[in-house]
Ligand binder design. Structure first.
Ligand code: SAM
Length: 284
């Protein structure tokens, strides 16, 4: 069964009385070489457990199941559960869980089903909720080796942007705290059913075992990042004034210059390590 053949996809959905749902961000891959390439590149250790988010009708799931020890797939759409039981029936190393990934207790599920295993994440993410899912995974504290996601091309550009570039933003600086992002390849819109309006790209994030940047106060560090990009056009000091109304302009300027930055610098020029240094200056 070719789960990327457009006629097969339509026939299977129709046989199970369901259809693609825009509300769940359902754009299914219809080019077999893409799930193969994603699965091939999402993890370096075949002995890993892969968490998949949104298996759809299972085209990527099948490629993951062929290459890795086990796949645990979270699918929100209950109409796809019997479909997946049919399409993935031959893979005994796949477990599908009918749950919203934003509500699932992922740590508890993995403690029960993958204790002691190396774990990575792989997903063709639903575009309506890309960043919240990514941040939830990163903030979970689960020691994933890699998180590989297909996202809209413009989001991919932001995830893997260099400081100072137009695409660099709060998500980039935050992401680089947790790991090293790498843009793998572009996927044209015509490879999906239905075709989205924009192209997509695959990004792999190799998570740090030991984070190289260690802010004294993590919450403050993220507040500083958010403040710096909340008012991108302002100087860093002015952007910080809004987020820290209890600090004087002089205090903030002093913190910025103590890090070796010009007092008129904009936040978009700071790397993740720079933000940590600045946040450390602001610890009371
Ligand atoms: N993996 C399939 C593929 O590559 O063809 C489908 C990818 S499709 C872009 C996104 C999938 O995520 C859909 O199956 C959708 O139902 C599912 N999904 C959407 N929101 C979700 C959520 N909050 N939790 C779990 N799955 C979700």
């Amino acid at each position: 069964m070719n789960l990327c053949d457009i006629r097969t996809v339509r026939e299977i959905l129709s046989a199970f009385g369901t259809t693609t749902k825009k509300g769940f961000g359902q754009n299914f891959l219809i080019n077999q070489s893409i799930p193969e390439r994603i699965a091939e590149n999402c993890c370096d250790d075949a002995d890993s457990v892969i968490v998949e988010i949104g298996p759809g009708i299972g085209c990527l799931t099948a490629e993951l199941a062929k290459r890795y020890k086990k796949v645990i797939a979270f699918e929100i759409d209950k109409t796809l559960i019997p479909v997946l039981a049919y399409t993935l029936g031959e893979y005994k190393n796949v477990e599908v869980i009918n749950r919203d990934i934003m509500e699932a207790d992922l740590a508890a599920v993995l403690a029960e089903k993958a204790a002691g295993e190396r774990i990575s994440v792989c997903a063709n993410l639903p575009y309506y909720i890309t960043t919240p899912i990514l941040m939830r995974l990163l903030e979970s504290g689960i020691p994933f080796d890699c998180i590989t996601v297909m996202v809209q091309a413009e989001v991919a550009a932001r995830l893997a942007a260099a400081p100072g570039s137009a695409d660099y933003g709060a998500i980039t600086a935050s992401l680089c705290y947790y790991g090293q992002p790498q843009r793998l390849f572009t996927v044209a819109a015509g490879n999906f059913m239905p075709a989205p309006k924009v192209n997509s790209a695959v990004v792999r994030i190799d998570l740090y075992r030991d984070k190289p940047v260690k802010p004294k106060d993590e919450k403050l560090f993220f507040t500083v990042i958010k403040a710096a990009f909340g008012q991108r056009r302002k100087t860093l000091t002015n952007a910080l004034s809004t987020a820290f109304p209890d600090r004087t302009k002089e205090e903030l300027t002093e913190a910025v210059t103590a890090c070796g930055f010009d007092e008129r610098i904009r936040g978009e020029r700071l790397s993740t390590a720079d933000f940590a240094a600045l946040a450390d200056q602001l610890v009371k």
